[in-house]
Ligand binder design. Structure first.
Ligand code: COA
Length: 261
């Protein structure tokens, strides 16, 4: 991989990670997947970063899936690391204490859609297209698509998308709950993603982390255990300076200044 196949910048508390292989529709080769994982870790460990945006370079693609040229000659054993690395990246994004916004600016196919699904919030441009086209290659999703897609859109729709490999446009993705909002073009998408990230960067970090883990656990745990986890993390937020600041600011009718402590 050349160094600039994934770009990283931090501005006003927001880290932006950009997949930068526009000539290949930002297809995710193994090196790119590993680099995104490494940069997510940088963002997680940098205290000055409070929110992350993941996007693709250009106006054609967020990521058109795993790099199909890496599939040739692979068998069940040799392809395993590829799926495991992709899944590891998606799990890491979900485990991060900071919110990650996917700004989907074109095709989000296969692994592209799967990585977007592991982000906390998905914004899309009107030209975005989503799909799990793996079936057309004689394979199935391997970055968690058969697990996260039904949780986001329901089993029936997920089966239709995975069985047919068909693409859906941004409006349909919005209608079925796969994306939160759709914007007219890529510029307004980036602006909105930045606005949202900056807004989240102002929120108390410990409470955001608690909210993220509790909401994520709602996906996996039975109801009773979920509710117990929420009580635990709810109580923990009462031991933070941010809670004291938030409550005082409300009572003193002023804007809170959170320190993420
Ligand atoms: N892996 C490797 N290369 C890819 C790719 C992928 N997943 N998706 C696109 N590319 C490359 C193409 O090979 C082409 O490269 P080239 O110009 O060197 O030949 C370039 O990106 C542009 O793609 P092209 O197919 O010419 O553009 P298009 O506008 O006609 O179609 C797509 C765009 C995204 C619909 C089409 O490229 C596609 O179906 N890609 C594969 C999607 C997929 O199956 N993803 C899941 C993989 S598991």
């Amino acid at each position: 991989m050349t160094e600039d196949e994934v770009l990283y910048k931090v501005e006003a508390g927001v880290a932006t990670i950009t997949i930068n292989r526009p000539m290949k529709y930002n297809a995710l080769n193994s090196a790119v997947v590993k680099k995104i994982r490494e940069l997510m870790k940088n963002a997680e460990e940098d205290d000055s970063v409070r929110a992350v945006i993941l996007t693709g370079a250009g106006d054609k693609a967020f990521a058109a899936g795993a790099d199909i040229s890496e599939f040739k000659g692979k068998d069940s054993a040799s392809v395993r690391p590829l799926a495991e690395n992709g899944q590891d990246l998606c799990k890491y994004i979900e485990s991060m204490s900071k919110p990650v916004i996917a700004a989907v600016n074109g095709f989000a196919l296969g692994g592209g859609s799967e990585i977007a699904m592991s982000c906390d919030i998905r914004y899309a441009s009107a030209n975005a297209k989503f799909g799990q086209p793996e079936i057309n290659l004689g394979i199935i999703p391997g970055f968690g698509g058969t697990v996260r897609l039904p949780r986001l859109v329901g089993l029936g729709l997920a089966k239709e998308l995975v069985y047919t490999g068909d693409q859906i446009d941004a409006q349909e993705a919005y209608r079925i709950g796969l994306v939160n909002k759709v914007f007219d073009d890529c510029d307004s998408l980036y602006e909105a993603a930045k606005e949202l990230a900056k807004k989240l960067a102002q929120k108390p970090g410990i409470a955001l982390d608690a909210a993220k883990s509790s909401l994520n656990k709602a996906w996996t745990l039975p109801l009773g255990e979920n509710l117990g986890f929420e009580v635990d993390v709810f109580c923990k937020t009462f031991d933070t300076e941010d809670m004291e600041e938030g409550v005082n600011a409300f009572l003193e009718k002023r804007k809170p200044e959170f320190k993420h402590k």
